[in-house]
Write a protein that binds this ligand. Sequence first.
Ligand SMILES: C[S@@+](CC[C@H](N)C(=O)[O-])C[C@H]1O[C@@H](n2cnc3c(N)ncnc32)[C@H](O)[C@@H]1O
Length: 257
Amino acid sequence: MTDYDAATYGDRIAEVYDDWYVERPDPSAMVAALAELAGAGPVLELGVGTGRVALPLATQGLAVHGIDASAAMVAKLRAKPSGDAIPVTMGDFAEVGVAGRFSLIFVVFNTFFALLSQADQVRCFRNAADHLTDEGVFVVEAFVPDLSRFQRGHSLSVESVRADLVLLNAAEHDPLQQRIVSQHLVISDDSIRLYPVQMRYAWPAELDLMARQAGLRLRERWADWDRQPFGPSSTRHVSIYGRSGARSQEQDRAVGI
Ligand SMILES: C[S@@+](CC[C@H](N)C(=O)[O-])C[C@H]1O[C@@H](n2cnc3c(N)ncnc32)[C@H](O)[C@@H]1O
């Protein structure tokens, strides 16, 4: 697929996104942890989508701003109760093209990997850092890459089989660019629908390096939103970055960095 840009994923999936994802995975532990990290706010979500996270966060009394490239996803947000109360800047979130500073900037549900080059991901870290308050944090939730799912550069998995439809995922892997080009296929009696997803994945260590280049340091890394410790068998991570400060430089010296 050649005509894929920042809006393609959202514009294609908006019609089914909330049916597929609004409860699964349950966002309540994530919302509680983000609210605690935000303090008094304000908060910025990169890739705000249909407001699955932004709306419950705003009900905690926080000022939440979003960025998204997909008009179709933001239309779904606007159609929800209080959906008009979340200001959304339309555009590429790598730019972080909003005014002001935030106590919390976050990008969840693997959305950071929607930036399809290392250069865009580095730029996003820098721009996020520029929009943090002195004590602010940048939070990234993403999967830990698992290349064992690919055989000869491809994978095909069954996501769901029901009486009336089958959901498949077909993916192609480019290990040099760290890119995965995939399609969710929804097959029913009278149609086959394609929902394209492209990603550029990164291991946690690469994200930490991007953070350092942006003047940020890893403060904490959890295996999930319940703050379980991150370890070698963790399949995803919640990484919390804050400004490099005297305290984190001391910590670096203590571990010999
Ligand atoms: C997986 S959805 C996540 C939505 C929401 N954060 C959630 O957790 O439900 C990814 C969102 O990021 C948006 N997106 C993807 N790439 C983008 C980009 N480069 N700039 C702005 N938005 C982008 C999509 O339009 C979509 O709304």
